[in-house]
Design a protein around this ligand. Sequence first.
Ligand code: SP5
Ligand code: ZN
Length: 361
Amino acid sequence: MSLPVPVVWNEDCLRHEPGGEVWLGVRDEGTEVPARAVVLRDALAAAGAPVVPARPHGDEIVRTVHDPELVDHLAGIWRDWEQAGLPAEYGRDRVVPYVFPTPGMLAGLPPRSPPAVHGRAGLFCYDTMTLVGPGSWAAIRGAVDAALTAADLVSSGARLAYALCRPPGHHVTRSAYGGSCYLNNAAIAAQALRAAGARRVAIVDVDAHHGNGTQMIFYERSDVWYGSLHVDPGAGWFPHYAGYAAERGRGDGEGSNRNLPLAPGTADDGWLAAVNALCGEAHALAPDAVVVSLGLDAAAADPESPLCVTEAGYRAAGRLAGALGPAVLIQEGGYDLASLGGLAVAALSGAAEGAGLDTSS
Ligand code: SP5
Ligand code: ZN
């Protein structure tokens, strides 16, 4: 038994050590830890998947998908925080914003970039649980290179490729980061597939949370369809403000967005019915390429979501998504270190089966 799906790996993804998250005013240890990536890599390698190194890529696609000011902000904010003496003087060892320039605060005032780094920290960030430390930028940009390398493989003929992106990305909009995400790896992969000639791309997001960032990046576009199933934000779950069924796209993108919110406690049957419905819609579009936002946090044991999906469920979802066409699989969430490896092997094995790849040798 082998797993004929290349796993794109970037050692730099281990350098992001968020040092926890500030949730409801309290800093706790957090679950988006470097060990996640190690567990995923080791399990997939042990299952026979070839591990291939990410190749460095230029910034063009990244700066098309994202506001270049967000990219520059992330690249420099730790250095500025450190130069301001914050870690040394106060033990404030990660960038955590405390003022957010919401539209309601500015009420039409022109946007500014305040000189104080602790003021500026909230300029492109929408929550308190997405911390930046010394190695964060290397990992953020390294995850993008992994996604772009996987997209290259598919654009040049591979049926499937998986990017082991860490940190994850689907909560990042064009110009705002949050939800343990900094740059949108899946959106960047989709844009790269477009640039390489795919006329229509379908993104299927099976992370337990709604990918609000990906949705909004493509909300007014018809060339990239976005579909997601996730725990209902209206039932009290992150990202709270997006992911509702009524969000169907706008302007040219009208009808190119699909959300299937699920009740907390939804298990394989209900979850797979939603995966099947999304894949049916994606299939009807006849996409030239597919991006799967592969979050593994819908699993029953996951500490960040109330969905109850099994390994068999992820395998079946992989089969459905893998059958859609050439696909780039992008790692998103998934936080239970004990079950993460088995879930990833199940999902990729299913995708290989769905794609008709030979898994016997
Ligand atoms: C990529 C991804 O899966 N991001 C999800 C971030 C959701 N985190 C929001 C909730 C934070 C609360 N963490 C405390 C866990 C207690 N079980
Ligand atoms: Zn998630």
